[in-house]
Ligand binder design. Structure first.
Ligand SMILES: Nc1ncnc2c1ncn2[C@@H]1O[C@H](COP(=O)(O)OP(=O)(O)OP(=O)(O)O)[C@@H](O)[C@H]1O
Ligand SMILES: [Mg+2]
Length: 372
């Protein structure tokens, strides 16, 4: 192929923005193209200045151009930053509208038709909701589903650390936030938007607004499952979720002791009152297997999850053992289902994912509903 502007643009069409999953040519990100003899300079306009994807673009552009044009000399990739207007035009493109058009953001009620939305709830704090959310999400991904997580625990966010990706999402404009991705799962968290040590001190109504934005202004694309890591109890957030998304399915996480499962029954009762469906109970820290005797030790007692499931007319989806690797995986951002897939805890999370796919399969929807 001769080294012409048109031919180069054609090759660059295959270069994708890894966050937006779209061609840089289609997104008008190629700001300038200079040909000087056999040397080529490509200037790419980045959505955010200092975007950490520079190395990716440099490699991808150079490699593709060298393959297409063996006679090419030097390939320079330079970077510019988009103006607010240019970013808004990209936002409109990825949302599927024309620049300046009103945001094509779905109403929250529409979302249940697109995705299977599952809230992970508990009565008490610290029983393992976030750990369950992350491992269930990654396990569903391993089964081939497309999965997103909303960290709905706005004050007590923990998803970015547990997913091992603390980077900021790309905010194209107020209505268009590109979720962060890790282990093949997309997620958004207040923790992705503020520094980890910063306290969030909003009052109740602001929390609901934030969840609504996470639901409607994040570019989730064509997900099968959207999991919500809820804060414990029956406070503002679970209530707003129940109001915004009455069709949400709920999984209740509890430890086996009666004290925890009794508190969890209030969450179950609220879910049922607000027309959500409790699809099951996950008993976490159900037992501990001792290295020496290989016996199950019931450190937090026994039977609470079974009793809770019975009282709510649902089932125990899984019993997850207490394992050091689960805690470690959460701390370092490598969920146990990836890091130790053969461990009993990982196997239990995987079995839970399979059961969820049976009792709550993703909605079957027509192509018109697909976005991005
Ligand atoms: N099965 C398990 N084995 C070992 N450690 C676990 C297990 N499940 C959870 N943990 C650990 O227990 C702690 C609490 O878990 P997690 O943060 O998931 O609970 P939570 O219900 O989301 O808490 P919060 O109410 O504060 O949001 C974490 O340090 C986590 O790594
Ligand atoms: Mg949590």
């Amino acid at each position: 192929m001769a080294l012409s502007r048109e031919a180069i643009m054609e090759v660059l069409r295959a270069v994708q923005d890894p966050e937006l999953h779209r061609s840089i040519v289609d997104l008008d990100m190629v700001k300038d193209l200079r040909i000087d003899g056999n040397d080529v300079t490509v200037v790419i306009n980045l959505t955010v200045p200092g975007c950490p994807l520079k190395a990716h673009f440099q490699r991808d552009v150079a490699q593709r151009l060298r393959e297409a044009f063996p006679e090419i000399g030097r390939v320079n990739v330079e970077f510019g930053a988009m103006t607010d207007q240019e970013r808004a035009a990209v936002a409109a493109k990825v949302r599927g509208g024309s620049p300046g058009a009103a945001a094509a953001t779905p109403a929250t009620a529409e979302l249940a038709a697109r995705y299977r939305i599952i809230g992970v709830a508990s009565g008490k704090g610290g029983v393992g909701k976030s750990t369950t959310t992350v491992n269930l999400a990654v396990a569903l991904r391993q089964l081939g589903y497309k999965v997103g997580i909303i960290d709905a625990d706005i004050y007590g966010f923990s998803i970015p650390r547990m997913m091992g990706n603390m980077s900021r999402p790309v905010v194209l404009d107020e209505q268009t936030i590109v979720p962060v991705e890790s282990h093949g799962v997309k997620f958004i968290s207040a923790g992705s938007l503020v520094d980890e040590g910063t306290p969030i001190i909003w009052r109740g109504p602001m929390l609901g607004k934030m969840i609504e934005q996470f639901l409607t202004h994040v570019l989730w694309g064509d997900l099968d499952y959207l999991l919500l890591d809820l804060p414990p109890g029956t406070g503002d957030v679970p209530l707003s979720v129940a109001q915004m998304l009455p069709k949400t399915d709920i999984i209740i996480v509890t430890t086996p002791q009666a004290a925890a499962s009794q508190v969890a029954s209030r969450v179950g009762a609220m879910a049922q009152k607000t027309n959500q469906r409790v699809i099951g109970v996950i008993e976490n820290m159900a037992y501990f297997i001792c290295d020496n005797c290989q016996k199950e030790h019931h450190i937090f007692g026994k039977g609470g999850a079974e009793a809770l499931a019975k009282s709510l007319g649902t089932e125990v989806i899984a019993r997850i053992p207490l394992e050091g690797e689960v805690r470690l995986g959460g701390d370092v951002g490598d969920p146990v289902v990836i890091d130790r897939p053969d461990s009993p805890a990982a196997q239990a999370f995987l079995a839970a994912a399979r059961r969820v796919a049976e009792v709550a399969p993703p909605p079957v929807w027509s192509d018109e509903l697909r976005v991005l």
